[in-house]
Design a protein. Sequence first.
Length: 443
Amino acid sequence: MQTLPYELLDWIYSSLDVPSVCRLYAAFPGHQFTVPAGAIICRTPIQVSHDVASDSIDFDTLSQLPPCEAQVRISPSSWLATADELNRVKPRHLSLVYHDEEFGIMGRPFWQVADLSRYHGQIHSLTFTDAVVEVERLPRTLAKLHLINGEVHGADKFHEFTQLEELFIHCENRRHQRLAIPPHVTRLRTSFDWMYLDHTRYNHEPDAVTDIPWHQFKYLHTEVVPKVKCLDNVEEWVINSPPPAKISLIDIECPKLERVTIEKGFYLGFLELSSVFTHQQMAQLTVLEAPEYIMPDVKLLPSLRKLAIATQEKVTEDMALPPQVEELSLYTDSIVVEGVPSQIKKFAINYAQSSHRRSSVNGKITIASCTLHSLTIEGGNFVSFVELCISCPNLHWLNMRLKNDRFIVDAPELVSVTYQGNCPHWFDTTQYPRLAHATLVPP
């Protein structure tokens, strides 16, 4: 490996899982061929735990890595030992993910079971799941804070967190607290009852918004569309709006909006783009993900590069798409694929919407493309195809979860394969000379 060029080594390491890259780097300290691995480690969050696991490394391995972000899961029972290990290793950026497995039974505050002051370094990010959190006790040096499915006390103290850039609150506001947005937060996710609370007591009318600093946000994740005239800096917006709520951004000026995700749930729906976006908004969108919506007018998005939508129509090479789309994900019950448009480099077909019932795709699924580099077929254990044929001479990444026992894969340039299903014998490594990573999992 010493003689391989940097670009090839980087490509090889990028095909591996992150823990494997970390262990390789630690096993060969100072070797030139580990330099690209070190670069990957420095820019990738590293999962760390006491337990030996395929998706994480231990603290001894962490101590041998270059400066990186360590993500560590903790619980009331593990925090004391974990804090001692962290004080020994002292990671450059530390992200703690806390879960109290007895939250629903005990309802105990986080501070009664895990005192953060035991760790002597700086905590960059905190995620609490199923915990009672007192904001006043949190370290003011946090850059990211996520609060999920627990209780928050003292939300009016958030304005003191001058270094906080990302705030996600996804739990009920049972005490009708006022949410004070810190001055440098650019990424915000809140549920309805936090966003629409005024200073007096409580008010669930959207017009009650008084002092939320919409101008400072670059990322929003909301349950409704706020009644504001302008979102000056929002670049990405995730809208989680269950039916029958109407989704429309037409009355809001969004000069920088480029990426939109619309989540709904439960069943397929139709969405006319012209009723959701202005012409200017449609012209500037580069990413649109609405996996539970059928959109008949997607060609109105001239700058779009990534598209994820539902469909009930047969997929062919002539499928109508925006001219610059290169990444396409389709969600469906039972459509047949006869071809992939030549402009697509990354394609995913997801039949998971049928997971509540067993079904079959009554036809041959043919995915033939000279331009496709990445392919995902998600059928789960509930959908089977009459026949599946993949013929992609330049395909590098293949991910399949299928019930099928009949399929053909002609892809000589495969580098990485992940397969879960009934037919592991289809895989013959001699057919794929460039293969660097393979994961075969029984159903």
